[in-house]
Ligand binder design. Structure first.
Ligand SMILES: Nc1ncnc2c1ncn2[C@@H]1O[C@H](COP(=O)(O)OP(=O)(O)OP(=O)(O)O)[C@@H](O)[C@H]1O
Length: 280
């Protein structure tokens, strides 16, 4: 990280830890997630090594880096999905809006409501389009009456850019849609509970270029309301959609910066080599 530049741009309570070195003009800079000295082991194997990063509200942060460097593992630390893996041990701090995500008193169900997730392969429930969207809000008691549910379904599908395509067939199975539509349905499902953060793990890697472009446009609109953290292997995509980019390598964050600077002027040789396709 370019320490000099960092101290010029950012007042830093903890010098140079997890702070990007410069920022986009239009970016919003309120802190959403604060990670300090985060380590994770699968059994004896350490997959995340002393990660420090600040993630900002209502921005898109891309996680990039070669296969196996820990991007998905890190993503899963943010909504405690790794808790489901018995061999996992975690040390360090993940704070969301000032609250320790790993604290014993943290309600995991409530946490996963605040931190939605969209996966690589679209995975609608084997239910109707309508029920896919309304399932989680019902479970969390956010809606009960039918008119409220109808309104919520329409809003989520509109926000996911899918309403016009499905409004006349809401009772059809979610799985009857195209891959790109299914992924937007999964996004509608995620935003239906009004989360603060949406985690996306390679959300377009199973999609064709047109569906990919639609999702990228959607991400750009969704960041008005949500903090988005996305894993991608597609460097053009990171450059197009992300305000900030973190480069992972062998379980460490080697570089974290605003995306323009990271791509135009990477501070480390490793990031430069990766971004320019010298390895992957
Ligand atoms: N459930 C698991 N049990 C044991 N080891 C795991 C598990 N999940 C991931 N790992 C290991 O942790 C390391 C990081 O994996 P992770 O999937 O987080 O990397 P990644 O950067 O997301 O990779 P990719 O880009 O290929 O998806 C790898 O060495 C991987 O083999």
């Amino acid at each position: 990280m370019n320490i000099q530049a960092a101290s010029q741009h950012t007042p830093q309570p903890t010098p140079n830890v997890g702070q990007p070195v410069s920022r986009n003009n239009h970016a919003n800079h309120e802190l959403s997630i604060r990670v300090r000295d985060l380590n994770l082991w699968y059994g004896e194997t350490q997959a995340l090594k002393s990660l420090n990063i600040d993630i900002f509200q209502r921005n898109i942060t891309a996680l990039i880096g070669p296969s196996g460097c820990g991007k998905s593992t890190f993503l899963r630390c943010l909504n405690r999905m790794n808790d489901l893996i018995p061999s996992v041990r975690i040390k360090g701090l993940v704070e969301m809006d000032g609250r320790d995500v790993n604290a014993a008193k943290m309600d995991e169900v409530a946490l996963r409501r605040r931190v939605g997730m969209v996966f690589q392969k679209p995975n609608p429930f084997p239910k109707s389009i309508y029920d896919n969207v309304v399932y989680a809000p019902r479970m969390h008691d956010l809606v009960s009456r039918k008119p409220e549910q109808d309104e919520l379904v329409e809003k989520a599908l509109r926000d996911a850019g899918l309403w016009e395509e499905v409004k006349d067939k809401l009772d059809q199975p979610g799985t009857s849609l195209s891959g790109g539509q299914q992924q937007r349905l999964c996004i509608a499902r995620a935003i239906a509970v009004q989360p603060d953060v949406i985690l996306m793990d390679e959300p377009t890697s199973a999609l064709d270029p047109i569906s990919t472009a639609t999702i990228e446009d959607l991400m750009d609109r969704l960041k008005e309301k949500f903090t988005i953290i996305t894993v991608t292997h597609n460097m053009q995509q990171a450059a197009r959609v992300a305000d900030y980019t973190a480069f992972f390598h062998l379980g460490e964050i080697i570089e974290y910066n605003d995306t323009k600077t990271m791509f135009a002027n990477p501070a480390t040789k490793k990031a430069e080599d990766y971004i320019t396709g010298r390895y992957g």
